[in-house]
Design a protein around this ligand. Structure first.
Ligand SMILES: CC(C)(COP(=O)(O)OP(=O)(O)OC[C@H]1O[C@@H](n2cnc3c(N)ncnc32)[C@H](O)[C@@H]1OP(=O)(O)O)[C@@H](O)C(=O)NCCC(=O)NCCS
Length: 196
């Protein structure tokens, strides 16, 4: 659920970095994102691997997905997408309300041709700034298969902390139970680094 106090709609979009422009996705972005998300080397790591564009487009516009999807553009061309899912961390019943919408799960997906230039790093560094400064969140988290080295290398590069190496906790569609990594970063840690 998006935080009611600091909705993503309050951010002034697009957000710009040195090479990228980042904005919320619309249904019209389904086709351009399908072009690279259908590539086997990309689809193999994603939660869903639709077989057809129709199936993909139906999932892309779901209410619990489209509002969490951001688009990365470079010189007006879509080079990838991001996930920004504000969520409620676990809390004891009496203080549950205080924990609502204070954390975000992040995700990323780059067009394969655009890998190796630091574009995802650039986008995620900005996404984290946005989470802490603009949305006022207190913590960001991200998950990946341990076998997805480019993804966890990215998290290491931007200074997220590996908090969990879960052994064979995640079932891949190839039938294999794989290890999972969970990374996180606190707003306080991020702020301390900005001031260092
Ligand atoms: C995960 C993913 C985004 C990582 O892509 P990536 O290109 O490795 O990441 P970046 O764009 O940040 O580029 C970093 C690479 O470019 C290099 N690079 C070049 N210029 C750079 C710069 N200015 N800044 C940072 N890195 C730079 C880095 O050294 C690094 O290469 P290395 O890993 O060989 O050292 C990409 O592999 C992907 O989309 N995969 C498929 C989808 C997926 O798995 N998503 C995550 C699911 S959990």
């Amino acid at each position: 659920m998006m935080s009611s106090m600091t909705p993503i709609a309050d951010v002034t979009w697009p957000v710009r970095t040195e090479r990228l422009s980042i904005r919320p996705a619309t249904a019209d972005d389904a086709e351009a994102t399908w072009e690279y998300r259908r590539v086997p080397s990309v689809a193999m790591w994603m939660t869903t691997a639709p077989a057809t564009f129709k199936e993909y487009a139906d999932l892309f516009v779901l209410e619990d997905r489209l509002p969490k999807t951001l688009i990365m553009e470079r010189d007006g061309v879509i080079v990838g997408d991001l996930m920004l899912a504000v969520e409620d961390p676990w809390a004891q019943a009496e203080v549950k309300e205080q924990a609502e919408g204070v954390q975000a799960e992040l995700g990323w997906c780059l067009r394969p041709e655009e890998e190796g230039q630091g574009l995802a790093t650039e986008a995620v560094v900005e996404l984290i700034r946005l989470c802490f400064e603009d949305l006022g969140l207190r913590r960001v988290v991200a998950n990946c298969f341990a076998a997805n080295e480019p993804s966890w290398r990215l998290m290491e590069r931007i200074g997220m902390r590996c908090e969990e190496h879960a052994v064979q906790d995640s079932l891949h569609r190839n039938g294999e139970w794989m290890d999972g990594f969970r990374y996180a970063l606190l707003a306080d840690e991020w702020r301390a680094r900005q001031n260092a």
